[in-house]
Design a binder for this molecule. Structure first.
Ligand code: GLU
Length: 331
């Protein structure tokens, strides 16, 4: 089957209920102002939705991360809107109601799939007997599970981990093609409830993708391995339909590292404050994603020109020339 074939339009509902439109989400983490790399992913996600008639919803992922700065939720939404991206319905802010995540934990516990574990990364690394080569993550081995798995989620004040099965997870990524991941090897028993007493990103993402009716998860390719963990949680929680994943090229600096402060100030709102137009930024992103060179491009034009079959499978390098080109467009 052509890896890019997919049906735009209506989602399949196995229960025969009335089909709902396909849906994607913009899920900013308001941990710092959105930079060009974030803008690239959100613009591509929104453009795919426009092309295919999907609904777009927004969810603010303000759990399980560095401390959220005051005002940063509003700033993330302002950035999306300034770029010309729109969405339907209310914005879901994860921290405002943790009940759905607690319910999910109860379900996982009832199935004997989670257990409390308050060990730090260093403690796990020290306790793990197998060498952990070739991975940046601390692999939490099954040997650290309790002799008897609990059947109730009775202490949300400590960390909890998911008992990851050995299975290889395969999924058809619409950008990268068939992906095979082995969460048991890459991370082992991963955190579903943090030691700070909050749902982890993996758990919250799955619970929210399901309750927001998300059929397409479009995001940076740094999350390919997370997709394996998330599919495991979908299955453990009996949720469906599982989303289709589209993992997008990351924007990196000339040193090969993810775009960050060390590459200068690439925050979208900083460019705006220097007088750069949104259309100039979108034109740069258009060049990155195979649309040739334009001086300016609106979000709508970007959507109509986008050909997702030619998206790069490699990261895209942001250079100082690109930075200067953006600033040249002012005034
Ligand atoms: N909140 C994540 C980010 O801003 C995205 C997570 C996701 O799309 O699943 O990178």
């Amino acid at each position: 089957m052509d890896r890019h074939s997919d049906s735009p339009g209506l989602g399949h509902r196995p229960d025969g209920a009335r089909a709902r439109p396909d849906r994607t989400r913009l899920a900013p983490s308001p941990t710092g102002a959105l930079h060009l790399g974030n803008a690239s992913s959100f613009l591509l996600c929104w453009a795919l939705a426009k092309q295919r008639g999907w609904e777009v919803v927004v969810r603010v992922e303000d759990l399980d991360g560095p401390r959220i700065k005051p005002g940063s939720v509003e700033q993330s939404l302002e950035t999306l809107a300034w770029l010309g991206l729109d969405w339907t319905g209310d914005v879901l802010v994860q921290s405002t109601n943790t009940k759905p995540y607690i319910e999910a934990m109860h379900r996982l516990a009832a199935r004997g799939l989670v257990y409390p574990c308050d060990l730090s990364r260093a403690e796990i690394a020290a306790a793990a007997s197998a060498p952990q080569e070739g991975t940046d993550e601390t692999v939490c081995p099954p040997a650290l599970r309790p002799a008897e798995m609990p059947s109730v989620f009775d202490d949300p004040g400590v960390g909890w981990r998911f008992a990851t099965p050995e299975a290889e997870i395969t999924f058809d990524d619409r950008v990268l093609g068939t992906q095979r991941v082995r969460p048991a090897q890459s991370v082992g028993d991963f955190v579903v409830w943090t030691r700070g007493g909050e749902p982890s990103y993996q758990l919250a993402c799955v619970v929210d993708d399901a309750r927001q009716g998300v059929t397409h998860a479009v995001r940076g390719s740094d999350l390919v391995d997370s997709a394996g963990r998330q599919l495991l949680l979908y299955r453990a929680l009996g949720l469906e339909p599982e989303p289709t994943y589209w993992h997008l090229p990351l924007v990196i600096g000339p040193d090969g590292r993810r775009l960050a402060k060390r590459h200068g100030d690439t925050r979208v709102l900083s460019y705006r404050d220097k007088g750069v137009l949104a259309e100039r930024i979108i034109a740069l992103l258009g060049r990155y994603h195979g649309m040739g060179l334009s001086e300016r491009l609106s979000a709508e034009d970007f959507a109509s020109r986008l050909d997702h079959t030619i998206l790069s499978r490699e990261p895209i390098v942001f250079t100082q020339e690109d930075h200067r080109w953006l600033l040249d467009g002012t005034g």
